[in-house]
Design a protein around this ligand. Structure first.
Ligand SMILES: [Zn+2]
Length: 191
């Protein structure tokens, strides 16, 4: 930003950074979404998390989102996110944070592990913005699931309607229960 930052803008950016750090965001997310300096963000991170941020690359591939269980989690998050973007004036990064909180609430309420991190959720939105991933309707359950944008989608069946054989009965049954709860949430948020 070329213009001098106002104190209000800066306070707003610090608030956003702290919010994202509390949700577990990696430093790269904060660097990308605020114009606070790296040193400033590092200090904030240590203060909020009580430890140094983990180093290493961000996940750059879309593959993770296409694997079975992560796809269900990513789809739940993205449905909530898309709905927020459509129905509110909220900024994109605020929508990511809000949708992620709603995702956590839903997953924890059904006694499941939160497989999707805020960093991955943010990455997912980036992939959607870049037209690499999108939501595709399942021809069986009608739910919207994360899929490659330019895939042939006629006859698409989601991972919940067609769980992989290796998932086994128990996990498949558990996933089906989660799916029902998640689809209800999706339905509730879209109507
Ligand atoms: Zn389905």
């Amino acid at each position: 930003m070329a213009t001098p930052r106002s104190i209000v803008t800066e306070a707003e950016q610090v608030r956003l950074a702290v919010h994202l750090i509390k949700l577990g965001a990696r430093l790269q997310v904060l660097e990308s979404e605020t114009d606070l300096s790296y040193e400033r963000l590092l200090r904030l991170y240590k203060e909020v998390q009580g430890k140094s941020p983990s180093k290493g690359q961000l996940p750059f591939s879309t593959d993770w989102f296409m694997t079975w269980q992560p796809n269900v989690h990513a789809s739940l998050f993205l449905n909530i996110y898309m709905n927020l973007i459509k129905t509110t004036e909220i900024e994109e990064i605020e929508a990511v944070a809000k949708a992620y909180e709603l995702y956590l609430e839903q997953v924890r309420a059904t006694g499941n592990e939160d497989l999707l991190s805020i960093t991955r959720a943010w990455r997912l939105v980036r992939f959607v913005d870049a037209d690499m991933l999108t939501l595709t309707p399942c021809t069986k359950c009608g739910g919207l699931f994360v899929n490659h944008t330019h895939e042939l989608t006629a006859g698409y069946v989601c991972g919940l309607c067609n769980p992989p054989a290796r998932a086994g009965k128990t996990r498949a049954a558990r996933a089906a229960e989660t799916a029902e709860a998640e689809l209800e949430t999706v339905a509730a948020t879209t109507h």
